[in-house]
Design a protein around this ligand. Structure first.
Ligand code: C2O
Ligand code: CU
Ligand code: CU
Length: 503
């Protein structure tokens, strides 16, 4: 399975939609549903035998796994195909780092030295990216550093980032979607003095949680087999995974919990809410703690976005079950042409909380959060516009597909700029920038406002159909070649990505 360039991809696809799936169907073990023709399901909706719309919610649930965290001083990651128990002994083929799905939970303190060796034992090129951190560019996982099967890559840098819920995943061009889907993604939690001084819930009341959807065969085994419509909407499924466990539950006590949540899906947006309307106290997002806590009843997170939520279960009776769900929603841009293949906005049961023990927990709710340093739009010296467009299974930024060696924008180090992300299609695009965080200034068109979870610093912002989002940006960490891209992984793999040279 050689590396396919975009040109090969297009040649194989022959410019016709129906042959696209053949180009992406790799003969690898994750493809369950023996021999099912993608053409049978491409016509959508009801004819799709692989998807039971009522798959989640009622049946047996499995205990959420809470992995031990490891430090970042001396890491060794071995990427390899293996099997993973999705819950109840259902074993699925995956590609994993150190035989774990999700990838190992990493914890660092600001100022730590991060040292890791990644050994590539999967049958693809591979490189790892530390999403949300701002390391030097050769440590950032740009796809030009991807190593061939059998090769290895050494990382060595200082974690000089604010406390926050960060993550890491594969970043191999044209294979990020597949590799992340198969299991190469994990959380990276950073702490610092400021955060520690707040006394937020910790220990067994701090729950790192990666939420993902998976498309599964009749046996419940996830498979990655995108075809036609998946190249527009992105690859989605009806099986919820929490930390690699299907339909998970968590036994909780009557305490104050901190959930550090990543949407690790390829394409699916979640609107998080609790079934009994218990509110969330939203304290953080992609860029760490917010400027102030906010009480919300629901939070939208697109692929790659994170939220840090406090959930107060102190007045819940023992025996109560509360479901963390993705609530139904409609996209602002209109997506009707996807037919039955588009699951965006369909409800999904994500994690059941089972109140099992009564305890006294006097942990205070934070009344205030530390100030956040943000780029000041008044000091902006320049504006740039990035137009995101999707047509006929093609995804462009400013009319172009990603080219590994082409520099798309040259941005002076340390200067404040205003960037506009303009969505010229009805498809949602979670826009992600490497090497710094930005400040969301405004959203016009579509939903027309900035949401509470978009305050503070962000590295990914959801742009729904025909929206324009203005942000203030300033690169202050390192000079070098970084990326701006859509974090719908199918869009990213099809070239909705640009090289940004900070100089
Ligand atoms: Cu989470 Cu460039 O990626
Ligand atoms: Cu990133
Ligand atoms: Cu996109």
């Amino acid at each position: 399975m050689g590396k396919m360039t975009r040109r090969d991809f297009l040649r194989l696809a022959g410019g016709v939609g129906l042959s696209v799936p053949m180009a992406m169907r790799l003969p690898t073990p994750l493809m369950g549903a023996a021999g099912l023709s993608p053409l049978l399901t491409a016509c959508g909706g009801e004819g799709d035998p692989l998807v039971s719309p009522h798959h989640n919610g009622n049946g047996t649930r499995f205990p959420l796994r809470l992995p031990e965290a490891v430090g970042v001083g001396d890491l060794r990651f071995t990427a390899a195909p293996t099997e993973w128990d999705l819950g109840g002994g259902l074993r699925a083929p995956v590609w994993a780092l150190n035989d774990q799905v999700p990838s190992p939970l990493l914890r660092a303190r600001r100022g730590d030295r991060f040292r890791a060796v990644m050994e590539n034992g999967i049958p693809h090129d591979l490189i790892l990216h530390w999403h949300g951190l701002a390391p030097p560019d050769d440590m950032d996982g740009h796809p030009r550093f991807a190593v061939a099967p059998g090769g290895s890559y050494r990382y060595d840098f200082t974690v000089d980032d604010r406390a926050g819920t960060y993550w890491y995943h594969s970043h191999t061009h044209e294979h990020t979607g597949e590799q992340t889907y198969r299991g190469i993604a994990g959380l990276l939690l950073v702490t610092d003095d400021e955060e520690e001084a707040l006394g937020l819930p910790g220990g067994h009341r701090e729950i790192p949680l990666i939420l993902q959807d998976r498309r599964v065969d009749a046996d419940g085994i996830p498979f990655f087999q995108p075809f036609g419509p998946a190249f527009m909407a992105g690859y989605m499924g009806t099986q919820a995974l929490g930390n690699g466990v299907r339909d998970p539950y968590l036994e909780v006590d009557t305490g104050l919990y901190r959930f550090r949540i990543l949407n690790g899906s390829n394409a699916r947006i979640f609107r998080l809410g609790l079934s009994d309307d218990t509110p969330f106290l939203l304290i953080g997002n992609d860029g760490g703690l917010l400027p102030a806590p906010r009480t919300v009843s629901a939070v939208d997170i697109a692929p790659a976005e994170r939220v840090d939520l406090l959930v107060d279960l102190r007045s819940h009776p023992v025996g109560r079950r509360v479901m963390l769900r993705s609530l139904p929603f409609t996209l602002s841009g209109g997506m009707g042409f996807m037919g039955g293949q588009n699951l965006q906005g369909e409800p999904l049961a994500l994690l059941e909380l089972r109140v099992a023990r009564e305890v006294d927990d006097a942990t205070p709710l934070p009344a205030a959060l530390p100030p956040v340093e943000l780029p000041d739009p008044e000091r902006a010296v320049r504006e740039r516009t990035f137009r995101f467009d999707s047509r006929m299974m093609n995804h462009f930024i400013n009319g172009r597909h990603f080219e590994m060696e082409r520099i798309d924008e040259r941005v002076p180090f340390g200067e404040t700029e205003i960037w506009s992300f303009v969505n010229e299609s009805g498809l949602p695009h979670p826009v992600h920038l490497h090497a710094t965080h930005f400040r969301v200034l405004s959203r016009s068109g579509g939903r027309g406002r900035v949401f509470p979870w978009e305050e503070g610093r962000k590295d990914t912002v959801l742009m729904q159909g025909f929206e324009t989002i203005r942000v203030a940006v300033r690169f202050t960490a390192h000079r070098g070649l970084y990326l701006l891209h859509c974090h719908n992984l199918e869009h990213e793999d099809l070239g909705m990505m640009a090289n940004i040279l900070v100089e």
